[in-house]
Design a protein around this ligand. Structure first.
Ligand code: GAR
Length: 188
């Protein structure tokens, strides 16, 4: 089973996923794609001899070339790990049921356009939520609305601030995202 990881930023999740599957003989990370040529995610790919691809918004929206590349590489699952551009319908219909996303809140709360990274955590803080967490879900044509695969929670107290929430979320992501991908693959 070949996987492609899409990421826009530092890529701590890309690193976790690469590390987790390193010794797996049947699940291979064959490509890391980013819309940001200076993304840390591309450096993690390079350090692990994984092919890297940078695409701009137009190329993503046009989709043909990127989908061809993914098919050539026999990619069967596309994992969005901190990828901040919207996946266009054309792409989704090419990889039906084979694109998943990680979102740093308990969807359907705090999802939708503009809800990414710290924007999500700030909204969680402002709403005085008693818990937050991560959601791993299939991608459909609407932001953060695809079917939920799994969610993992963490408790919040009055003492929590932005940096402690970031830490709690990172901990959940490290602990559960790669293993959830693995479980999903064995079910596909
Ligand atoms: C992660 O926390 C991920 O959940 C979030 O971006 C961060 C990327 O961190 N994704 C979204 O907000 C998607 N809407 P990373 O670059 O260190 O993996």
């Amino acid at each position: 089973m070949n996987l492609a990881l899409f990421a826009s930023g530092t890529g701590s999740n890309v690193k976790n996923i690469i590390d987790f599957f390193k010794k797996n003989e049947t699940i291979n990370i064959v490509l890391v794609v980013s819309n940001n040529s200076s993304a840390g995610a591309l450096i993690h790919a390079k350090n692990n001899d994984i092919e890297q691809l940078t695409i701009d918004k137009d190329a993503l929206n046009e989709s043909t070339t990127i989908c061809e590349t993914l098919h050539e590489q026999e990619v069967e699952l596309v994992v969005l790990a901190g990828f901040l551009l919207k996946i266009p319908e054309k792409f989704i219909s090419n990889f039906k049921g084979k694109i998943i996303n990680l979102h740093p809140s308990l969807l359907p709360k705090f999802g939708g356009k503009g809800m990414y990274g710290n924007n999500v955590h700030k909204a969680v803080l402002a709403a005085k939520e008693k818990k937050t967490g991560i959601t791993i879900h299939f991608v459909n044509e609407n932001y953060d609305e695809g079917a939920i695969i799994e969610q993992f929670e963490t408790v919040l107290t009055n003492e929590d601030d932005l940096s402690s929430i970031v830490e709690k979320i990172k901990k959940l992501e490290k602990l559960y995202f790669p293993s959830t991908i693995e479980r999903l693959i064995y079910k596909l």
